[in-house]
Design a protein around this ligand. Structure first.
Ligand code: EPU
Length: 449
């Protein structure tokens, strides 16, 4: 039995104080089994606190954010263990409603525990969440929704203090179709008295996945996957089992790895409709894309051409694919413009790609790319998860050696990124940071004659 009785992550996850050394130049070819979805699993791992009964989840990705979330669930009394790749969680007996800053800050979805804790215990005390460094990321929609359901939520010295006697159904309108607010409020409403409607709800696949999970536990939800979701509150949710679907952003990353290296990559186990925006934009740029029932294939024989891309809520082009797409377009022929409309500061990759010879500048919400025909390996730093993925892709297509620092940020969301890419013909090695620094400093020392 592997990792039974605990939530110790895979070895790779522990080995985050490393750099990735990427040797570029080989086209990536082959097929990838995509791991389970990070964002679907994180949303489910908030909703598990609603259930009185054992839950078994399969296909949960073994990544750092999941491990952090599981440790947090344990703080509230949930019993958590891995058993042969299945994740067992029992939150029948919650013992507390409070968590410390250190457990909460690293991931944004820790905030989505407030609603379930309110529903089960009538109170929650949680420090403000953190997450990737990509913009302000307010939580006002969550707060307003919980208030409409009868809760008082105050922010006191960086800590949310939430209380409620009994949650009540409400009519909630979101100013923007926020994935997180839709998931948080939909899950919370499952145990509210009466009917809740969420208008202008997000229609992201991760919302429908969460609804499917909640329905498995006895929730009454209709309209998920549309802009109006209706939830009829029930007295209790019971246990159940659920398989997390494959990660559409990881799949997209591998497909873009095929495109940027002028290779040929197929992702298996992924619904093509979750890749529609990417497929269409890659086709527009000159890549060949094919799709089947549960697979997508991308290949590129020639250099791609520059295009315009605008990030939007689903089914628009996902913001999570914007940074890797910047790398792809940095090597395209001609000018590209990417408009980032979701996060104002999701541009940490730009300066690092420029270190590798890309010609990219930022103007307001737009990333303006003047395509170059080659990138050069360099020492670069990931500023956030998807910036890290963008640098790995750029490294795979660049001449020579790229060293990527801050690998722990990549480990937040990619399970075995380097092994998967190496399986396609990539050349990526994880080197302990201390070892790399010692070798690098030694190499950089001036020689005495
Ligand atoms: N927003 C508000 N107020 C709120 C909530 C959101 O103004 O109360 C704004 C945000 O600032 C942003 C927009 O609404 O401008 C959309 O944010 P959303 O709430 O949809 O994002 P999220 O739920 O916080 C999830 C993913 C992100 C992904 C976005 C958009 C998780 C854990 N995170 O975040 O994933 O970028 O949806 O699709 O599900 C990633 O995986 O790299 C990542 C950042």
């Amino acid at each position: 039995m592997r990792d039974s009785q605990d939530v110790v992550p895979a070895e790779q996850v522990l080995n985050s104080m490393s750099v990735l050394r990427v040797i570029g130049g080989s086209p990536l070819r082959g097929s990838v089994e995509v791991p389970g979805s990070k964002n679907a699993a994180l949303a489910i791992l908030s909703a598990v606190l609603l259930a009185k009964g054992p839950i078994v989840l399969t296909n949960v990705p073994r990544i750092r954010d999941i491990d952090i979330k599981l440790r947090l669930l344990q703080k509230f009394g949930a019993v958590v263990r891995w058993d042969e790749g299945s994740l067992h969680i029992d939150a029948s007996n919650l013992t507390g409603c409070e968590a410390d800053e250190e457990s909460v800050r690293p991931i944004r979805t820790s905030f989505y525990l407030i609603g379930p804790l309110l529903a089960r215990l009538g109170k929650a005390r949680l420090p403000a969440p953190g997450g990737c460094n990509i913009g302000a990321r307010p939580v006002d929609y969550h707060m307003k929704g919980l208030a409409l359901m009868g809760a008082t939520v105050d922010l006191d010295s960086g800590k949310y203090i939430a209380d409620v006697e009994k949650l009540v159904g409400a009519e909630i309108y979101l100013d923007f179709p926020s994935a997180g607010a839709t998931q948080h409020l939909m899950a919370t409403a499952c145990l509210a008295n009466g009917i809740t409607t969420i208008q202008n709800a997000a229609i992201e696949p991760e919302v429908t996945t969460l609804a499917a999970f909640l329905k498995r536990l006895g929730a009454r939800i209709t309209g998920d996957g549309t802009q109006t979701i209706t939830i009829e509150g029930v007295e209790e949710l019971h246990g159940g089992s659920f398989r997390v679907p494959e990660d559409r952003i990881q799949a997209a990353t591998y497909l873009m790895a095929g495109a940027i290296t002028m290779g040929d990559v197929t992702t298996q186990g992924i619904l093509p409709e979750t890749q529609t925006a990417l497929i269409n934009k890659l086709r527009e740029a000159g890549a060949d894309c094919e799709e089947g029932n549960d697979w997508v294939r991308v290949s590129a024989k020639n250099r791609l051409r520059g295009i315009r891309v605008k990030t939007m809520p689903y089914p628009g082009f996902p913001t999570d694919m914007q940074q890797p797409m910047s790398s792809v377009l940095a090597l395209a022929d001609g000018v590209s413009v990417i408009e980032e409309t979701i996060y104002e500061a999701r541009v940490g990759h730009v300066s690092q790609l420029n270190r590798m010879g890309a010609k990219i500048r930022i103007e307001g919400k737009s990333i303006l790319i003047d395509g170059t025909d080659h990138l050069q390996g360099a020492i670069v730093e990931a500023s956030d998860l998807r910036a890290g993925a963008a640098l790995v892709l750029a490294g795979l297509a660049a001449e020579g050696e790229t060293i990527i620092k801050n690998v722990h940020l990549i480990d937040r969301g990619y399970e075995n990124l380097e092994n998967t890419l190496n399986g396609l013909g990539g050349n990526i090695m994880r080197i302990p940071l201390a070892e790399w620094e010692a070798a690098h400093n030694h190499a950089a020392e001036p020689r005495l004659h």
